[in-house]
Design a protein around this ligand. Structure first.
Ligand code: BEZ
Ligand code: MG
Length: 590
């Protein structure tokens, strides 16, 4: 777990960056209404970056969290209702106390406005008072400032008290020593602290979930919002729903969220999970079209090897859901699964069992797409070869045929090729503020890999979306927006990189990792704005003081970073001025 902070002093923007926020230069003929609208959009984007919870350093094994980091975490914990602890979200309590109606709607619709800023400021101060003086000072403050009754906010502060005490203690080293001696380690659930404060104390033996309990009711309720937002966004941008969607499902994410990704797939198909007599989620119930009020979506699911190992019954549930939907007697324009399956059968006489296959993973015992390794080692020539590699690795079908026989990992590249040829939107959840799409290479290997595979097979680039399922308000962003946001909040943000540099050698490696992972999005999806590479070059390499610091700490990573930026240029993702290029080449060959 990295240490985190909310960035209250956003990275020092120069004017080029500000212009880049809207990617258009100023227009002299713009009307004053248009200008106001643009300025407001700019303000909203700045706030969005400001509100990002960003890691400002790595977690040091065995070390308890520091005060500021703790306050930020507690505020996030207090932003959600926690019915299991009888605790209410503090922003909601404050909104109620101030007599503000429709708080949820306000949050969903606006990135920010004066009312939300006021609520957030009151909550931040309450948490600060809690950290400095304890729960009484915090409840008193909320009462005096926002008329929140003490008994209403107290359960939330009791929860924060527990979390706070557990953050102060750290049993990681002790547990490691016990594990090395072969002794018993207490088990604990796996998630992040904000999603599930019960993961504390750290240093326990992380356990997963019962796959039959997935998706939970809460996960299904949240999925409804997220999947609707995804469809709305696609509809707004393209004037229609996608002919088919491709979803990436990961194991750890679905553990942490009790199956939100799974629930999103079910909701898109227009079915609900149903438990059997033993309380195992093994069935689905069809949601009538009148209730769904939109067509059922066709969803192609590629699941990770970890997901396959942990969630075998869930894969069977997803496959069952697709088959059930394909068999419904409904108009083709309201049931895209049925439409696509019948078209396939009519076009080339495919068997129903083949035409309906939608759940794919690696071969049994295999993991990953290897797309990341090809990118890391620069061992690829065309971007299409990365998409092809994705299909080669992920084309193993997991389903049950019409006779009820299980098919576990049948190699079926033609079925995945066919399913991807209809995809118009690809999508993955980001489930954690700790790990984003430029922190690790797995997002680009999966979502980037599948998007590139779709581009070749559908002969058109899909719309690529990500969710941020952790924010209280459901947000869907395009891949390009997510890369810009993460770059500004992390890679180019002095708070982030100075936090990393405190870790010396490893910190420089983290910066280099971010540049590699950013490059991975160029390689697979050509989704990185050129200014990002320019600003990275200026920040880390052309600033001589910074360059000396980096070289002192970790010259290998600095060389790798230089090589990667030159590769981005050589492969046509970035065309900087001759001056910058010359300086970069001189440095790389020095
Ligand atoms: C997973 O949880 O399934 C996963 C985690 C990291 C990389 C790829 C997949
Ligand atoms: Mg994750």
């Amino acid at each position: 777990m990295p240490t985190i902070t909310e960035d209250d002093r956003v990275a020092s923007f120069d004017l080029t960056s500000v212009n880049n926020l809207n990617h258009q230069g100023p227009e002299p003929s713009m009307s004053s209404t248009d200008r106001d609208r643009r300025v407001f959009q700019l303000y909203e984007q700045l706030l969005e970056i400001e509100q990002c919870l960003i890691p400002t350093g790595l977690h040091v094994f065995g070390r308890a969290s520091e005060l500021q980091e703790k306050a930020d975490l507690l505020r996030m914990v207090a932003s959600f209702d926690r019915p299991e602890h009888g605790a209410h979200a503090l922003p909601k309590l404050v909104a109620q106390g101030l007599g503000i109606d429709g708080y949820d709607m306000l949050r969903r619709e606006a990135t920010s406005n004066d009312v939300l800023e006021l609520i957030d400021a009151i909550v931040a101060e309450a948490v600060k008072r809690f950290c400095d003086e304890g729960p009484d000072a915090a409840t008193d403050w909320l009462n005096s400032r926002a008329r929140v009754e003490k008994q209403e906010s107290l359960p939330t502060f009791q929860l924060l008290m527990n979390v706070s005490e557990q953050l102060d203690s750290n049993h990681e080293m002790d547990s490691l020593m016990r594990a090395l001696r072969g002794e018993y380690i207490e088990p604990g659930p796996g998630a992040d602290i904000v999603q599930n404060p019960l993961i504390l104390p750290t240093g326990r033996n992380t356990h997963a979930v019962n796959p039959y309990s997935v998706p939970s009711q809460i996960a299904f309720a949240r999925a409804e919002h997220t999947a609707d937002a995804l469809l709305r966004r696609h509809f707004d941008e393209h004037g229609r729903y996608p002919r088919a969607l491709a979803l990436v499902l990961w194991g750890l994410d679905n553990i942490k969220t009790q199956g939100e990704g799974v629930a999103q797939a079910l909701w898109l198909l227009g079915v609900r999970p149903v438990s059997d007599a033993l309380n195992r989620t093994t069935e689905v119930e069809v949601i009538p079209l009148e209730e769904l009020k939109r067509p059922r979506m066709d969803v192609v699911m590629t699941v990770s090897g970890i997901f396959r190992d942990l969630f075998a019954p869930t894969m069977a549930l997803l496959d069952k859901a697709v088959r059930r939907v394909a068999a419904l007697d409904e108009p083709l324009n309201m049931n895209y699964v049925r439409r696509n399956v019948s078209e396939k059968i009519d076009a080339d006489g495919a068997e129903f069992d083949d035409a309906v296959t939608r759940v794919f993973s690696n071969a049994p015992g295999n993991y990953g797409t290897n797309v990341n390794f090809m990118v890391i080692d620069s061992r690829w020539e065309t971007a299409d070869s990365l998409g092809d590699l994705f299909v080669t690795r992920k084309c193993f079908a997991y389903s049950r045929d019409s006779m009820g026989r299980t098919i576990e990992g049948r190699e079926a590249p033609h079925l995945l090729d066919d399913a991807l040829s209809r995809v118009e939107a690809t999508y993955q959840n980001i489930d954690s503020f700790e790990v984003g799409i430029t922190d690790v290479d797995h997002y680009f290997e999966y979502l980037g890999g599948i998007s590139r595979a779709v581009e070749k097979r559908a002969q058109s680039r899909p719309a690529i979306y990500l969710s941020d399922s952790l924010s209280p308000q459901t947000k869907i962003r395009s891949l390009e927006e997510t890369i810009r946001l993460e770059t500004r909040a992390k890679t180019l943000n002095p708070k982030w990189y100075e936090g990393m540099l405190k870790h010396g050698f490893r910190g420089v490696a983290e910066i280099e990792n971010h540049v590699l992972n950013t490059f991975g999005w160029s390689a697979t999806a050509d989704a990185v704005d050129p200014w990002i590479y320019t600003d990275i070059t200026k920040t880390f390499l052309l600033d001589s003081e910074m360059l000396s610091r980096l070289l002192e700490l970790n010259p290998d990573s600095v060389r790798a970073l230089m090589k990667r930026l030159l590769e981005a240029h050589d492969r046509g993702y970035w065309n900087p001025s001759e001056e910058i290029l010359e300086q970069l080449r001189d440095l790389a060959h020095a």
